[in-house]
Design a protein around this ligand. Structure first.
Ligand code: ZN
Length: 464
């Protein structure tokens, strides 16, 4: 079965056909590094990882770009409010640059813990300021921009079909956008390409530009980075559903206005995470759960969260509760036990792939990444009457998509001697309740590229 993906642009499932045969350009909007990613954000990255793994499983070469937003993302989506980075810096008494570095590292640790494949290219917004200025100049030359007292704006009325992704009625969109008032904007949906630094405050992050000292708007970076690194192979662009109305809509407007070409063929969006009680998880809400506080500090394997995410289709809101977490924990443990069993029963034997079962799995994942169905096929396969050696071969094959590290289930990890020594010292420190030594040794181990998790079964050390 050929790969079908739901395209937000046309609001239907479509057969995925890449622009260049055999290869896919994938762009996923990355984190704004002013705080930890919360579990709702991470759900989106898990969905994108499944997409990437499914593309690879289908035999495509994938070129994946992810941005790091380290400037320009304001607290209000429509260019009002404070810069999230500068606000984070104030909150923590550190510079915006330090905040960016700290939370970028935290984000990379988080996705490694969730077995999310790292992008081929990471790009920081602050590393592409010249390219962003160049794109704004192009838009200016083509007559799409105007200047106000606080910045250079994109005139959305000059771009036909501004709502082709959001499918909103332009009138109601204008109304909705009017909540944040800026009287100098010609249309409520117009957005900033470049914002001037305020005259009375010196920002930590600001640059010279043809229009004056300031910083880029949030949307321009994603247009620049996708086109800079993927060229004209603009296949799939992903993000959370909350990106549709403003961020992705504006990306399309400014990119297509600049190039005169269709920007991306496929737009895919992951739904929210809902905390029991019905609220969407957001950084601005109190229900702010991170991998650190909800998993690591509770001695829970972060892959339980990855497993939990497979229980709900990515376009449906996912409920997060004690019960769903417990169910995922049991489910993952059960799967690991099954894998351990077939591994032991078939030691030394070569397995073969059962094509009928493999096709069933492929049909599920190729039907718009239907992971709940794929997980049912996994169980069907493990409970079938095929040989254990074949089950072993197949679960390892499926794990290329699942990414649950099932090949590690039965293998104690071989650590380099240097790391092993620190692990033993840390175990001794913990036995002696010397927590500061334990923390110091953990940091040392992590500096050597290993993650330390304290679980009920003891300390686990895995390669980052
Ligand atoms: Zn983006």
């Amino acid at each position: 079965m050929r790969l079908q993906l739901y395209n937000s642009l046309n609001r239907r499932k479509e057969e995925f056909i890449p622009i260049h045969q055999g290869q896919v350009g994938l762009y996923t909007c990355g984190p704004t590094v002013y705080n930890f990613a919360h579990l709702g954000n991470l759900r989106t990255y898990i969905f994108e990882d499944i997409l990437k793994r499914v593309l690879l499983y289908n035999g495509y070469r994938v070129q994946h770009v992810m941005n790091i937003t380290d400037v320009g993302h304001l607290t209000g989506d429509r260019d009002m409010g404070e810069d999230k980075m500068e606000k984070g810096a104030q909150r923590e008494g550190r510079s915006a640059w330090e905040i960016a570095e700290f939370y970028t590292r935290a984000f990379k640790d988080d996705i490694a813990r969730l077995n999310i494949l790292a992008p081929d290219i990471w790009v920081k917004a602050t590393d592409t300021i010249d390219d962003q200025i160049a794109l704004i100049r192009t838009l200016e030359e083509k007559g799409y921009t105007y200047q106000t007292r606080d910045g250079i704006y994109f005139d959305t009325s000059k771009f036909a079909d501004y709502t082709k992704l959001s499918h909103q009625d332009i009138e109601s969109l204008q109304e909705g956008a009017r909540v944040e008032k800026n009287p100098e904007k010609r249309n409520a949906t117009d957005f900033a390409l470049w914002k001037f630094s305020p005259g009375d405050v010196r920002r930590q992050m600001e640059w010279e530009s043809p229009w004056g000292i300031g910083f880029p708007g949030w949307h321009i970076e994603c247009s620049v980075m996708s086109m800079k690194f993927l060229g004209d192979q603009l296949d799939i662009h992903c993000g959370g559903t909350d990106h549709i109305d403003v961020h992705h809509t504006n990306e399309i407007a400014q990119s297509e206005a600049a190039t005169g070409k269709k920007f991306f063929n496929f737009w895919m969006h992951g739904a929210f995470l809902i905390i029991a009680g019905g609220k969407k998880m957001a950084k601005s809400e109190d229900n702010f759960l991170t991998l650190e506080n909800a998993f690591l500090k509770q001695n829970l394997n972060p892959l339980v969260y990855r497993f939990a995410a497979f229980q709900t289709h990515y376009r449906k809101p996912m409920e997060y509760s004690e019960e769903s977490l417990q169910a995922a924990r049991n489910g993952l443990q059960h799967l690991q036990n099954q894998v351990r069993q077939v591994t032991q029963n078939s030691a030394g034997q070569e397995g073969t792939i059962n094509e009928a079962l493999k096709n069933k799995f492929l049909e599920a994942i190729n039907d718009d990444l239907n992971m709940p169905r794929a997980m049912a096929v996994v169980q069907e396969m493990l409970k079938s009457s095929i040989r254990d050696a074949d089950k072993h071969a197949m679960i390892m094959n499926f794990d290329r998509v699942l990414g649950l590290g099932l090949d590690q289930v039965d293998k104690p990890q071989e650590l380099p001697a240097e790391v092993q020594k620190l692990v033993e010292e840390r175990a001794a420190a913990r036995a002696g309740k010397d927590w500061s030594a334990s923390d110091r040794l953990r940091d040392k181990i992590q500096e050597l590229g290993y993650l330390v998790q304290d679980t009920k079964e003891g300390m686990k050390v895995i390669k980052k």
